[in-house]
Write a protein that binds this ligand. Structure first.
Ligand code: IPM
Ligand code: MG
Length: 352
C-alpha cells in the first residue's frame, strides 16, 4: 500500500488540539482512500524548550528532510517564551526547505457569516499566494546602541529576481487553472521605489507569457480597502512575504472565521518537504478549553494530501467540511455553534 511519511509538529497552545483532530481526519481519509500515513510526532516548541532550553533540537532540519511533508499545528507561547524565539523554526523551515510558495485560499462557505454586509459565498473565493522565502523575513538586520537614546534597529528586506519571478509564475499557473483566470499583483510601488518597483518590473516582464490570464496591480493599502468593499473582483492575489502575511489575515477574516483558513508552504519542485498549517496562531487565551475550531487544521491536512497526490482524499475532506458547515449541527462557537474541538473533529472523521 502506498505510504506517506509525515512529520507532525503540533507546537503550542491550540496547535495541540487542532492537530489531534486533523490527524483523525487524515487517517480516516487514508482508510477510505486506500493509502497509509506513517506519522511521527515531535513535541517541539514550548514543551521541548522546558525540557532542553531549546525550541527544536540541533539538526531538526536533517530529521525533517526524511519526511514527505511536515504537518504543523500552531506555534507560540508568549507568556513563557518570546514569540520570535518559538516561531524561528517555522521561518527557518520555510526558507531552508525553499517553501517559497505559500498558498492561502479564502472562501466564504454557505451558512458562514462574513463580517462584510451583503456579501454571499459567490463573492468571496480567492487565493492569496504569498512569497514565503525572502522579503522582510530574511534574517538580516541588527541593533545599534539599542538601549540608548540614539538606539536604532535595521531590518533589511531582500527581493531577488529569481524569488519574485518564480512566485509570480506559480501564481499565474494557478490562475490559469481557476475559472476566472484573474491575477492581481499586490504592490506598493508608489512608495517603495526599489523593492516594489522591482516587483512591478518583473511582473510586467512575465505576464506576457500568460495571455489567458487577466491581470491588474493594486497597492496594498488600496487592496485592504477593496477586499472589504469588493472582494468579488479578486481571484488570485500575488504578494510579497510581508504583504501576504497581512492580506491573508484579512482574507481569513472576511471569509467568516480564521478558524476555517488553511495554508500550504510549498516547495513546488519537491526537493524538500513542504509544510502545511492552519493560518491561525496558537491562541493561548483559548488553549486547552475545547473552543478552537479544528476546521482550518483539517483543511490544511486536505491541502497536504492533495499535494502528495491524493487529490480524491483531499476533495473528500473538503466536501465533509463543507457539509458540516452547511448543516450547522456540529460547529465551534466562532461559527455560532456549541460543539467542542473534539466533537467537530469526530464529526468530520465520521463523515469520512
Ligand atoms: C503566518 C504567521 C507567521 C508569519 C508568524 C507566526 C511568524 O503570522 O504564518 O502568517 O508571520 O509568517
Ligand atoms: Mg500571519
Amino acid at each position: 500500500m502506498k505510504t506517506y511519511k509525515i512529520a507532525v509538529y503540533p507546537g503550542d497552545g491550540i496547535g495541540l488540539e487542532v492537530t489531534t483532530e486533523a490527524v483523525k481526519a487524515m487517517q480516516a481519509a487514508a482508510v477510505t482512500g486506500g493509502f497509509e500515513l506513517d506519522l511521527t510526532e515531535f513535541d517541539w516548541g514550548h514543551r521541548y524548550w522546558k525540557k532542553t532550553g531549546q525550541v527544536v533540537p540541533e539538526g531538526y532540519l536533517d530529521t525533517l528532510r526524511g519526511f514527505q511533508a511536515v504537518y504543523l499545528g500552531a506555534i507560540g507561547d508568549p507568556a513563557n517564551l518570546p514569540d520570535h524565539v518559538t516561531i524561528r523554526p517555522l521561518i527557518e523551515m520555510r526558507q531552508k526547505f525553499d517553501q517559497y510558495a505559500c498558498v492561502r485560499p479564502a472562501k466564504l462557505f454557505p451558512g458562514v457569516r462574513t463580517p462584510l454586509a451583503d456579501k454571499r459565498p459567490a463573492d468571496i473565493d480567492l487565493v492569496v499566494i504569498r512569497e514565503n522565502s525572502e522579503g522582510e523575513y530574511i534574517d538580516a538586520g541588527g541593533f545599534f546602541k539599542d538601549t540608548t537614546p540614539d538606539g536604532l534597529a535595521l531590518q533589511t528586506a531582500v527581493h531577488t529576481r529569481k524569488g519574485v519571478e518564480r512566485i509570480l509564475r506559480f501564481g499565474f499557473d494557478l490562475a490559469r487553472k481557476r475559472p476566472r483566470q484573474r491575477l492581481t499583483l499586490v504592490t506598493k510601488s508608489n512608495a517603495l521605489k526599489y523593492s516594489m518597483v522591482f516587483w512591478d518590473r518583473v511582473f510586467d516582464a512575465v505576464k506576457g507569457d500568460y495571455p489567458d490570464v487577466t491581470v491588474d496591480k493594486c497597492h496594498v493599502d488600496a487592496m485592504c480597502m477593496a477586499l472589504v468593499q469588493t472582494p468579488e473582483r479578486y481571484d488570485v492575489l500575488v504578494c510579497s512575504n510581508m504583504f501576504g502575511d497581512l492580506i491573508s489575515d484579512l482574507t481569513g477574516a472576511i471569509s467568516g472565521s480564521i478558524g476555517l483558513a488553511p495554508s500550504a508552504n510549498l516547495n513546488p519542485e519537491r526537493l524538500f518537504p513542504s509544510l502545511f498549517e492552519p493560518v491561525h496562531g496558537s491562541a493561548p487565551d483559548i488553549a486547552g478549553k475545547g473552543l478552537a475550531n479544528p476546521l482550518a487544521a483539517i483543511r490544511s491536512a486536505a491541502m497536504m494530501l492533495d499535494f502528495l497526490g491524493e487529490s480524491q482524499a483531499a476533495t473528500r475532506i473538503e466536501q465533509a467540511v463543507l457539509n458540516a458547515v452547511c448543516e450547522r449541527r456540529v460547529l465551534t462557537p466562532d461559527l455560532g455553534g456549541t460543539a467542542t474541538t473534539a466533537q467537530v473533529g469526530d464529526d468530520i472523521a465520521r463523515r469520512l
